[in-house]
Design a protein around this ligand. Sequence first.
Ligand code: NAD
Length: 513
Amino acid sequence: MNARLADLPTALGLDRLATDGALPGASAGAFFAPHGPPILSDDPATGEPLGRVATATLDDYDSVMLAARARFAEWRSRPAPKRAELVRRLGELLREHKEPLGELVSREVGKIKSEGLGEVQEMIDICDFAVGLSRQLYGLTIASERPAHRMMEQWHPAGVVGVITAFNFPVAVWAWNAAIAAVCGDVVVWKPSPLAPLTAIAVQALCDRAAASEDAAGVFNLVVGGPEIGEAMARDRRIPVVSFTGSIPVGRKVAGLVAERLGRSILELGGNNAITVLDDANLALATRAITFGAVGTAGQRCTSTRRVFAQRGVIDALLGRLAKAYGSVTIGDPMAPGTLMGPLVSERAVQAFEAAVAAARAQGGEVVAGGRRRPGPGHFVEPTIVRAPKDAPLPIAAEETFAPILYVFEVGSLDEAIERNNAVSQGLSSAIFTEGLGSAERFLSPAGSDCGIANVNIGTSGAEIGGAFGGEKDSGGGREAGSDAWKAYMRRQTCTVNYGRDLPLAQGVEFPV
Ligand code: NAD
């Protein structure tokens, strides 16, 4: 194993799992050796390998699924507050290991230390939420039209839930799904991103420890692999619910495969998020929110700010403030104190950045900050601002380039800003900066933003777990985390009980036999 990874506190359990330098990558309650070829996980800040992980074959996947189904047969009948003990224990272990796990997240995907820790905090928060939720899986009681009849809805566990995750939130998104699914009585099979298998293994090690003390081995399962495992999950009729987080093209494919077998999918796909800044906005606030939204996580959040619609009266002042803020962003080792932007995840991501900047220039955009890659090692680029041409379209701004590129457009009015906010195929997150109550409410009204998330005087990224998270249109329509998102992990059953001596039929139908 790579020396830097070996430095991580043994408490994460990674040392226990190391064999000849490779880590196992599939688990059915306890780690076992998968049989597929190993993949290397690289440190995007240095380009050096962090660790080698064995992947699962389709046979390995099948073994995990068989064990998961067997576990579900017991787990679904355990009372929900008892199931929550597993999630409570996991939350405790995450609290104990927040620092090393956050560090591993930072090393493996390159987000700065505070964001790596924030990701683990999000896991802890959702565990807390799920524990409380376990006593609130409420159904309705409905008035029956028939005498001496009672109608009610109850919610039952859905079954084995498949969770396929993206590289950029390598563990938090799993937790949103897994913590809720587990208290709902489901068993979880997780396929993480091949770009972040080490964090997944570390989390699975904590899950196994939590499960050991709660007699719940095999409720959380891990299968490390690439598209072939993801597709197998999408096709697998044994998985009633597939939660997919990732890019729009792959999400479309997964959704098609799940729909073909009439399964349910929860889709959390790409975004192209915009902030509208009106003439009456607090520019200091807007500048901070835009900079965090566009530069944070090196522009690799689904909710990253990619477009700004600035009203004519403030665009120059805003661009001036943004250029100054961008100039103060320290780029470098994500673990170093003071760093605000780490690397992109891979060389491919740097190439996509360069291609987008070149396209923006060719389409008449003016690069007013950044625009270049940084010399290696590591996959570093400059946070970039492109001022859009006034009287020509900027087609590249309709795409989600997973990099810190911000396109700034001038608009004349709130109506124009809303129209352009909604003019792209994605519909994840959006925000407005204004001191005017009327403008803010109009942005939130049915004729306002068409996104799953709409904020006032805060940016597009950094959602809390208490709300239901997700987007509209090509962003997938899924909802995860808080509010009533739990319903997606359960099946609804409508029950009618006749406690009388007659058999009256609904709608007054007569059937004398
Ligand atoms: P990706 O689509 O390349 O990969 C996502 C996952 O899908 C990975 O686990 C990958 O191995 C798997 N996969 C790839 N091909 C597959 C196939 N044919 N069948 C099944 N699974 C397959 O995405 P990425 O580059 O890892 O992540 C970035 C994308 O994810 C961005 O578009 C971002 O906006 C999106 N994202 C969305 C949210 C959200 O909540 N809306 C959150 C995080 C990331």
